[in-house]
Design a protein. Structure first.
Ligand code: GDP
Ligand code: IMO
Ligand code: MG
Length: 436
């Protein structure tokens, strides 16, 4: 659609710009180390969108949605699936374990025409999972703490041009041969790690994947371009979080994909001009699963209390999450990296009952105060500002009804991270959300 913008001057109105007013795809992105509550917000917003798209990651993700006390855990299927009207797309940037996807699909009836899978998305096969686990063991005390789902090896093969796109299920003879060739070429590496893949059962597995998945596999880039032209509303759902980004996170303690908003273009085929509003999802405190630097981690009673009150145990692996205070330096960095228009502040209720709440406003590195994120994040010491706590924010649905200290906390966070907070979540439930 063309949009003509006019301006009045002393001779009357004149045309100053003719621009294309195309539909944009809005984006949800994790701002910390994952598990911020992306699933809840995508599910909530999905009611206003026609299409929800996952653009990176794999079944390392665990997105929890709670509706009327019923809990759903999604790993690969986009979090729009619980809205019966939304079409859900697994984009080309996602790595797909066919076994995990088929199992996840079983909990939903009739996904035909409600779920589409990009034919360019790469598959995670058995050897990827075994390689991930074996390499983690070899790393010993320097292990990343991966989810053991084969994510790193699958992305490595994709970048190394040895991967297997899911669209290849359309031609099983060719795919089977390619997998067997790959296993033969990599035999020395696999054998050195005690990985032995039974090649005689590959064909049967591939036939099963084809039977279950082929009807969902399409060219999703083309589908999305058409949808944009038709004015359809699209929501892009990030997995993991900014601090786990392969380039901009706490390398090497990261995941293997581009988790930031820029990754959405690569992982869908949309271009940067197709992206509309970018909403960063951020917890009112901080958590991390796996190893790597986490400056505001709390090892004592406060950390334990955050874990208990926030029920901070991984959706995918069940591991206890490391807990700590809100790191405004990291969030400001992440907001800038992603180009966030606004933030959704999650799990405010978890801070109920704390006498004092700390926020990291700067770091001390080698005796000097800094206000940016250095590469040597493991060496920094956080500088804290303390806020008075509050008692009851759980379940509040109206900003004015929040305790005064909670309102003050939110307003100060906005200033520290230089980004507007436009959504506040006060319980896992879809309805317990404040829009401001
Ligand atoms: P995601 O990976 O970003 O989708 O987040 P997860 O689902 O892994 O982890 C977030 C957890 O917090 C889930 O168990 C949610 O049900 C829960 N949750 C989301 N929002 C809130 C909230 O405002 N308050 C509380 N107490 N829990 C929340
Ligand atoms: P969602 O989408 C939190 C972490 C792992 C590990 C590192 C690398 O639910 O927010 P990987 O298996 O990806 O190679 O592991 O990344 N990690 C996550 N942490 N939430 C996630 O996803 C994560 N996905 C991966 O714990 O530290
Ligand atoms: Mg999660």
């Amino acid at each position: 659609m063309l949009c003509i913008i006019t301006e009045k001057n002393r001779y009357g109105y004149c045309v100053i710009m003719i621009k294309e007013n195309r539909q944009k795809a809005d984006l949800i992105v994790g701002i910390q180390w994952g598990d911020e509550g992306k699933g809840k917000i995508v599910d909530l917003l999905a009611q206003n969108y026609d299409i929800v798209v996952r653009y990176q990651g794999g079944h390392n993700a665990g997105h929890t949605i709670v509706i009327d006390n019923k809990k759903y855990a999604l790993h690969l299927i986009p979090s729009g699936i619980l809205n019966p009207k939304a079409i859900n797309i697994i984009g080309n940037g996602v790595v797909i374990s066919p076994d995990a996807l088929i199992e996840e699909m079983e909990q939903f009836e009739n996904l035909e025409n409600r779920l589409f899978i990009s034919d360019s998305a790469h598959m995670i096969l058995e050897h990827h999972i075994l390689l991930d686990q074996a390499k983690e063991k070899l790393r010993g005390k320097n292990a990343i703490g991966t989810t053991g789902r084969g994510i790193g090896p699958a992305y490595s093969d994709k970048v190394g041009r040895n991967g297997f796109r899911i669209g290849k299920l359309r031609n099983l003879d060719q795919l089977e041969n390619e997998i067997i060739d790959y296993l033969q070429q990599n035999r020395p590496i696999l054998e050195s790690l005690n990985i032995d893949i039974e090649t005689s059962s590959i064909r049967k597995k591939l036939e099963f994947y084809k039977e279950k998945l082929e009807k969902y596999i399409i060219n999703t880039t083309h589908y999305l371009w058409k949808a944009i032209e038709e004015g359809k509303k699209i929501l892009l759902e990030g997995a993991q979080g900014t601090m786990l980004d392969i380039d901009h996170g706490t390398y090497p303690y990261v995941t293997s994909s581009s988790t930031i908003s820029a990754g959405a273009c690569i992982g869908t085929g949309l271009n940067p001009k197709d992206i509309g509003t970018i909403t960063g999802i951020v917890k009112a405190y901080a958590t991390r699963v796996g190893n790597g630097p986490f400056p505001t981690e709390e090892f004592g009673e406060d950390g334990e209390k955050l874990r208990e009150q926030g029920f901070e145990f991984g959706t995918t692996t069940g591991r206890p999450r490391r807990c700590g205070w809100f790191d405004a330096v990291a969030v400001k960095y992440a907001s800038r990296l992603n180009g966030c228009d606004n933030l959704a502040l999650m799990k405010l209720d978890v801070l109920d009952g704390f006498e004092k709440i700390k926020v990291c406003t700067g770091y001390r590195l080698n005796g000097k105060e800094i206000d940016y994120l250095p590469n040597e994040l493991e060496k920094v010491e956080p500088i804290y500002r303390e806020f008075p706590g509050w008692d009851k924010s759980k379940g509040v649905r109206n900003f004015e009804e929040l305790p005064e200290n909670a309102k003050n906390y939110i307003r100060e966070l906005e200033k520290l991270v230089e980004t507007k907070i436009s959504l506040i979540s006060t319980s896992p439930d879809r309805e317990d959300t404040i829009r401001i």
